[in-house]
Design a protein around this ligand. Structure first.
Ligand code: NAD
Ligand code: 6OD
Length: 489
């Protein structure tokens, strides 16, 4: 049982922690205990946060040089590293993830995000053209990149700090001020980042945090606010649609990283041991709660049984348990509400005729964890692309395995989705790897690996998976507005 009182998390506006107009409970998904009490921002607090960000843009921050911004980003990265353990504790408390995963992925990437965008903005130039003018004269066209302004940053609960900093770092690198709305399920790390911003010397109003929910709460107040200049959002496709409608009266730019229904394709010529290990990671990492996770696995028929039984063995070997236990590989789902959704797909798969080859239900982890949102890693065979569980994003530790006979069929099956985020391919034929990767209708295709990141490369999806790309210079494009200057020479 916890020995300390759960923290009370405030909003952060204009460099100061402030109370909200209401509060809500954040529940620990490991055992159902109270993790934190969170202050929910009212419309007034959102107005104050947007005004503070605008004031920062109109003040000294709006004139800050690139090198000063680069130095600030590096100081923030340093402070994240200094407070690594605090951030790990915050993220674990909200999500119930294994502590080892939070250390390796979430918090390490937070520092990396600030360093990577310090490098990108520090080495970026401007676009220019020398233009021929009739009569033999020339003109010089050059575009200067101005910050977008006040950016609303709305993020989900699955990789809270990683995804928050993936947006805040380039936004600040480009000279913007942000109003951040973390998920109501994961308020802690964004609040702690506010302390880090103070320690790193970020000017007041540059980073603001407003806690709350979506419709009828902070999400709606922020996205309909006339004072914001753009929205960067990661989350569900349906929420993306709602945000598009919300910003449309003011015609604001959006960057959307949305859902996925990602395919893996395993060819018979793959290194099967590596493929099965890679599949296990891509299906079950973070309890399947990564937008890039594989939920559809197409396997060449001659190796289908080997892959299905190998992956089922991996699923059964996963160790569900408390985050601090070094043996734990897999945490709970984020909440009981999300578990209800995932369970509805476990039931649906069976109704649709699936054979359950691993998992399929709620595990018994003993009395201490019985209040948590636990679910068994689950695999199905016997379904095809006509079934709903192969068409709709579940966002849990689940996948359906389907056999195929030819490369063309594999490409057709993998591309048969309204989403288009990521794909992973497993083959030792490198020509085939390139060929099939290029045929995938996705934003990102991996060959013989999965979720291997270079932060300079474009990240995003097509179709229902999003609008635009972030990463490297792609982020700079979203977080700035170019003004072209044409000088007759
Ligand atoms: P969600 O869309 O429910 O919530 C995301 C954020 O939006 C939260 O902060 C939420 O409070 C807010 N929100 C909800 N309704 C809103 C509204 N009407 N207006 C403004 N804000 C609103 O998503 P989630 O359940 O937190 O996250 C899981 C989803 O996110 C999955 O679909 C997953 O695929 C997707 N995701 C995508 C990526 C990507 O990079 N493509 C990354 C992570 C997660
Ligand atoms: O690694 C990243 O930069 C990124 N945006 C990951 C998104 C994962 C989705 O859950």
């Amino acid at each position: 049982m916890p020995t300390t009182r759960p923290p009370e998390l405030l909003c952060f506006v204009d460099g100061t922690f402030v109370s909200g107009t209401a509060s809500f409970d954040k529940i620990d998904p490991v055992d159902g205990s109270l993790a934190a009490t969170v202050h929910e921002a009212g419309r007034d607090t959102v107005d104050a946060a947007v005004a503070a960000a605008r004031k920062a843009m109109q003040g000294a921050w709006g004139q800050t040089s690139v090198s000063a911004r680069v130095q600030l980003l590096r100081r923030i990265a340093d402070r994240i590293e200094d407070r690594f353990d605090d951030l790990v504790a915050a993220e674990v408390r909200d999500t119930g993830k294994p502590e080892s995963l939070v250390r390796e992925l979430d918090v390490a990437r937070a520092a990396m995000n600030f360093r990577a965008f310090a490098d990108v903005v520090g080495s970026s130039g401007i676009e220019s053209f020398l233009t021929d003018v009739p009569g033999g004269r020339k003109a010089l066209n050059y575009a200067i990149n101005k910050p977008l302004g006040v950016v609303a940053v709305i993020v989900p609960w699955n990789l809270p700090l990683l995804l928050l900093t993936w947006k805040v770092a380039p936004a600040l690198a480009c000279g913007n001020a942000v109003v951040v709305k973390p998920s109501e399920e994961t308020p802690s790390s964004a609040t702690l980042l506010a302390e880090i911003m103070i320690e790193a010397g970020a000017p007041d109003g540059v980073y603001n945090v407003v806690h709350g929910f979506g419709p009828g709460s902070v999400g709606e107040y922020l996205t309909t606010h006339p004072g914001i200049d753009g929205v960067t959002f990661t989350g569900e496709t349906a929420t993306g649609s709602a945000i598009m409608r919300a910003v449309s009266p003011h015609v604001r730019p959006v960057s959307f990283e949305l859902g996925g229904k990602n395919a893996a394709v395993v060819f018979a010529d793959a290194d099967l041991e590596a493929a099965i290990a890679g599949l296990s990671r891509s299906v079950f990492l973070n309890t399947g709660q990564v937008c890039l996770c594989t939920e559809r696995v197409y396997v060449e028929r001659s190796v289908f049984d080997d892959v299905a039984s190998g992956l089922a063995q991996q699923a059964r070997a996963l160790k569900l348990g408390r985050p601090a236990d070094p043996e734990t590989t897999t945490g709970p789902l984020i909440s009981h509400a999300h578990r209800q959704k995932v369970r509805s797909y476990l039931d649906l798969a069976v109704q649709e005729g699936a054979e359950v080859v691993a998992g399929g239900g709620v595990p018994d982890l003993g009395a201490e964890l019985s209040g948590g949102a636990w679910i068994e890693p689950t695999l199905w065979t016997g379904l095809d692309n006509t079934h709903r569980v192969l068409r709709e994003e579940v966002f849990g530790p689940v996948a359906a395995l389907v056999p195929f006979d030819t490369e063309q069929e594999a490409i057709r099956l993998a591309n048969d989705t309204a989403y288009g985020l990521a794909a992973s391919l497993w083959t030792q034929n490198i020509e085939r790897g390139h060929r099939v990767a290029q045929a995938m209708r996705v934003g990102m295709a991996w060959v013989n690996t999965w979720y291997l990141r270079d932060l300079r490369s474009p990240f995003g999806g097509i179709g229902l998976s999003g609008i635009g790309r972030e990463g490297g210079v792609h982020s700079l494009h979203f977080y700035t507005e170019p003004t072209n200057v044409c000088v007759q020479l």
